[in-house]
Design a protein around this ligand. Structure first.
Ligand code: ADP
Ligand code: MG
Length: 427
């Protein structure tokens, strides 16, 4: 017993050094990789990126194979499967396959009687990771997916070792698998941290864009609005009692354009008054119900039905006027996305996160592609000939001001779902 524990300790110390080297190695590649192509949660990566992902993870796996944790005869124990699982979970099947092929080729080239076991383990790791992949990429919190994938893989790994290899000393297994798990979790933790940092940076840049647009608005909007009112008034006056055909024909168009200019300015002005002193306790049910009723008129004009549903009573902190403006913006976008008959579902329900409420607005309109989805909320981004590209941006801004978030999911030709999540007041 004593000898076994001494052996265990020596082997643990012996393994600590290569373990650290491996983690440092994996992380430095990860870090450089992130510097060149910052990790985000982009839901689609293109072919070129997938190939690069595959290549870099292959390099990581080969480095691991170059510095194994332990070697018994021609059986090699190292961390090559960690980058394989990592790239398959984050990047999908293709990079995973590339990495699996590299590992297999590398292992077969190294040779030895048990090389095929190494190949089998890599293939199993790939199959498990690509099985969990879709769930992992969809999940908001990633640790569950990381835990499950790691757990299932290690169990399969142990089963394969027991089935196909001559047993090694029993103390080796817990030490190796502990080392494996430590490396696995550290690498995933670091990757998640890098993703979070990048997302925060993106958010900061976006907020900065909002505030620049807001300041520009402050400078221009006020100045333009007054002369515009004069123009509008005079135009109405002139066109009301004239015999001039040209004036009669073109006045409505001119008025329409003045109206449009006015609307753009009004939208802008919403941006520059993010004051918090007019915040109060708001009955969200009433606000959402009122807004739905308000937009129903517009909707019926477009042959669109709006269905409202509430699952609970919610009080929030904010400004009901601003909230209405936000909801109108979102519902109007939903209406405008629908061609022909359509249905918009507005649901008020408890949020998935505790202490929050979700306002879900689902339409069966044109939907958006991944590229369009990335641009939504940027100042002046619009696909409509008469759009301002300010609606979603203002909505985002107002919702953020009261501690909320706006989230979009969309599929082309299927429809769009907008979820506004707000913190509720505890009673
Ligand atoms: P605007 O409505 O003036 O175009 P928005 O900021 O409200 O500006 O919207 C920006 C763009 O986002 C729209 O032009 C449209 O392409 C897209 N969009 C917004 N909401 C939806 C939706 N529910 N369905 C499809 N596309 C949408
Ligand atoms: Mg709009």
């Amino acid at each position: 017993m004593a000898t076994i524990s001494i052996k265990g300790e020596t082997i643990m110390l012996e393994m600590a050094r290569p373990l650290l080297v491996n983690i440092a190695m994996l992380f430095s590649v990860l870090f450089i990789w992130n510097m060149v192509m910052p990790f985000t949660r982009a839901s689609s990566i293109n072919l070129k990126e997938k190939l690069i992902y595959g290549a870099i993870s292959s390099v990581m796996a080969l480095l691991c194979m170059l510095f194994p944790l332990e070697k018994f005869g021609d059986t090699v124990f190292d961390l090559r499967v960690v980058p394989l699982i990592l790239v398959t979970l984050y990047g999908g099947k293709l990079p995973g396959i590339i990495c699996t092929l590299t590992i297999s080729t590398g292992r077969l080239w190294m040779g030895g009687e048990n090389a095929w076991v190494g190949v089998l383990i890599a293939v199993i790791g790939f199959i498990i990771a690509s099985g969990f992949g879709p769930y992992f990429r969809r999940a908001i919190r990633k640790w569950k997916g990381i835990l499950f994938t790691g757990g299932v893989f290690i169990l399969s790994y142990i089963v394969i070792l027991i089935l196909f290899l001559d047993p090694l000393q029993s103390y080796f297994y817990p030490i190796y698998f502990t080392a494996f798990m430590i490396a696995y979790f550290i690498i995933f933790y670091l990757t998640e941290r890098l993703v979070m940092i990048n997302l925060q940076l993106q958010e900061t840049v976006y907020l900065e864009k909002l505030s620049v647009a807001g300041k520009m608005a402050a400078a221009i909007a006020h100045e333009i609005r007054n002369p515009l009112t004069t123009i509008k008034g005079l135009l109405q006056f002139i066109s009301s009692d004239t015999e001039d055909v040209k004036v009669k024909n073109y006045a409505p168009l001119m008025l329409e354009e003045v109206e449009r200019t006015n609307k753009i300015i009004t939208d802008y002005l919403m941006l520059i008054k993010p004051t918090k002193d007019n915040y109060e306790q708001v009955d969200l049910n009433k606000v959402v119900k009122d807004t739905t009723a308000l937009t129903e008129v517009l909707a019926s004009y477009y042959n669109v039905k709006i269905h409202y549903e509430e699952k609970g009573e919610f009080l929030i902190w904010g400004n009901s006027q601003e909230l209405k403006q936000c909801l109108i913006n979102l519902i109007k976008n939903a209406i405008e996305s629908i061609e022909g008959e359509g249905l918009i579902l507005v649901v008020l329900q408890y949020g998935t996160k505790k202490g929050t409420v979700d306002i879900v607005i689902r339409d069966n309109g044109a939907g958006m592609s991944e590229q369009e989805l990335e641009k939504i909320g940027l100042p002046f981004y619009t696909t409509k000939s008469k759009g301002t590209g300010l609606g979603t941006m203002i909505t985002n801004r107002l919702i953020r001001n009261i501690g909320g978030k706006v989230h979009y999911t969309s599929a082309q030709d299927v429809g769009t779902t907008v979820t506004v999540t707000l913190p509720i007041i505890k009673q």
